[in-house]
Design a protein around this ligand. Structure first.
Ligand SMILES: Cc1cc2nc3c(=O)[nH]c(=O)nc-3n(C[C@H](O)[C@H](O)[C@H](O)COP(=O)(O)OP(=O)(O)OC[C@H]3O[C@@H](n4cnc5c(N)ncnc54)[C@H](O)[C@@H]3O)c2cc1C
Length: 497
């Protein structure tokens, strides 16, 4: 029997779920309910009944990937390359998730030797081919360019035949026994459905997993807090040479090791590390131009290919705003935007190099570092980091330090050290045809603070896509796949033990 796991959904709730603030178009439809997705009818003509309405089935595919962030995009492309017919659902109008919609930049380095899986290496190569040299010659972090990255992702999806549904929000799922059969989606034309054999939840928020009965957690078990969110943005019109002269030469800051144009500035009052710009920010508190909250954290990176533009990793919004509470989350947007403008104004007035700077772009996705995480077949914990755990079914390796803002920041692992992420952290006993990828896999709050960086999320997504296609070809349920039994040449990562 097919059943929906959502509570019967009202129009008002649906709008909330879909994140639609300006629902004018929808409200102008019949008062009986949402209009049908007309464009979709042209594709298949097939309909199903959902919440008392007839809705079109847009696709019937092998793999439906929900969320087009670093991890979901990797999953979709990898599944397609391995022969699966794929649909990728994304609520924004660009792939890349935090890296593009959230203005998060650059990809942090894993600090693990040889951690690049083929997909990650390919992204770097494609950036280079488009004139973005991702390496600064000193660190291993990847200085990408959000617009170029979005273009690369579109191109890769086109090449591999991934069908992207943009401005499409996963709102619900139909399940039969232990299997998801159908994703219910909010498209630009209205409610619709996508049928698939295997689903990959790459929403970052474990949205599909939570709504289909998979156990989950949120926040830090000790405090109940989620990691703080940030409202990231970009500033243009910066005189980079003047900024370098002031911060590196005059103040003598040694934090940024690379040379122009690869320039990073930073300060973080809650860290042990003391930064030269801390004094400037503290002065803002003394003069009443900045609040203590605003002065606490500031970090910005020059964006390669965007002259005089920096990606701003601030403001950090106080933890009282939870990333898992829709009301808090929305208030955090307003609160964060105010902080953002105040901090930008302060830098323009006081930081040499910023005299003619301006806010050139705001993120269209709030920066939630952590929200919900599944409890899967394997639960990664802090000890896995310190013990440098290895797994037969490992899908990638990483060693980014534990970076739980405001809660815990660990020492880095010794040089050459790393831990692995097992395939079992991507699956659960509850749903047989679901793989979870990205920052919401089965990991404790503290461990997640290490594995959440973009290259690691990409490698996890890559493995999820490969596993999904392999399972379908070999008639093995996604949650029964033994990654170690997939022929080594088909795997993106093989553990050295
Ligand atoms: C403020 C901040 C700073 C960070 N700094 C760095 C850094 O410097 N370097 C680094 O490597 N990492 C950094 N990270 C971490 C990293 O960016 C994320 O952990 C990573 O992007 C997670 O990838 P993901 O694919 O799991 O999820 P996301 O990047 O969150 O992507 C999820 C995607 O799913 C879509 N989606 C969600 N729900 C739905 C739905 N219901 N229907 C349809 N689509 C949906 C979203 O629109 C999004 O595109 C930072 C994170 C934050 C928040």
């Amino acid at each position: 029997m097919t059943r929906s796991f959502s509570i019967p959904i009202s129009r008002r709730d649906l709008f909330k779920l879909a994140g639609l603030t300006a629902a004018g178009v929808m409200l102008s439809g019949s008062s009986e309910g949402l209009p049908e997705a007309e464009a979709a009818e042209k594709i298949s003509g097939e309909t199903i009944k959902y919440a008392g309405k007839k809705i079109p089935v847009l696709y019937d595919v092998d793999v439906c990937v929900c969320g087009g962030g670093p991890s979901g995009t990797a999953a979709a492309i990898s599944a397609a390359r391995n022969g699966a017919k794929v649909v990728l659902l994304e609520r924004g109008v660009a792939l890349g998730g935090m890296a593009v919609l959230g203005c998060v930049y650059p990809f942090m380095e894993t600090h693990a030797p040889n951690s690049d899986t083929p997909y990650v290496a390919e992204i770097k190569q494609r950036l280079r081919e488009k004139g973005i040299e991702p390496y600064d010659g000193v660190t291993q972090q990847v200085w990408h360019n959000p617009e170029i990255l979005a273009l690369i992702y579109d191109e890769m999806c086109e090449e591999t035949g991934v069908n992207i549904l943009y401005e499409t929000v996963l709102v619900d799922a139909l399940i039969s026994g232990k299997k998801i059969t159908t994703a219910i989606i909010q498209t630009i034309a209205g409610l619709a459905a996508v049928r698939a054999k295997t689903f990959i939840d790459s929403t970052g928020d474990a949205y599909l997993a939570r709504h289909t009965g998979v156990e989950y957690e949120r926040g830090y078990e000790k405090t109940g807090n989620n990691q703080p969110m940030s409202f990231r943005f970009e500033m243009g019109g910066i005189d980079l040479d003047r900024l370098y002269q002031y911060v590196v030469v005059e103040l003598g800051e040694t934090w940024c090791k690379s040379d122009l144009p690869y320039l990073e500035i930073a300060e973080a009052m809650h860290r042990k590390q003391r930064y030269k710009l801390e004094e400037l920010m503290a002065r803002g508190v003394e003069t009443g131009e900045l609040t203590q909250e605003e002065a606490e954290y500031m970090q910005a990176y020059h964006i390669i290919g965007k002259d005089g533009v920096m990606s701003c990793n601030f403001p950090e919004i106080p933890v009282k705003f939870k990333s898992t509470d829709p009301v808090d989350y929305s208030r955090a947007v307003t609160y964060g935007r105010k902080m953002l403008h105040n901090m930008a104004g302060y830098l323009i007035r006081h930081l040499p190099g910023f005299e003619n700077a301006y806010i050139s772009r705001e993120a269209v996705m709030l920066g939630a570092r952590e929200s919900w995480r599944i409890r899967g077949k394997y639960y990664l914990v802090e000890d896995d980091y310190h013990n440098q755990s290895r797994f037969e079914d490992a899908v990638c390796r990483t060693a980014w330090f534990i970076d739980a803002h405001g809660e815990k920041v660990s020492e880095k692992l010794p040089k050459g050290g790393y831990y692995e992420i097992p395939y079992r952290a991507l699956i659960s006993d509850k749903v047989s045809n679901l793989i979870v990828s990205g920052r919401c896999i089965s990991a404790s709050f503290i461990l997640q603070a290490s594995m959440r960086i973009q290259p690691t999320c990409m490698s996890i997504g890559e493995a999820a896509g490969i596993a999904a296609a392999y399972g379908l070809k070999n008639n093995i349920a996604a949650n029964q796949i033994d990654w170690a039994k997939i022929p080594a040449r088909q795997r993106s990562y093989v553990s050295e033990g």
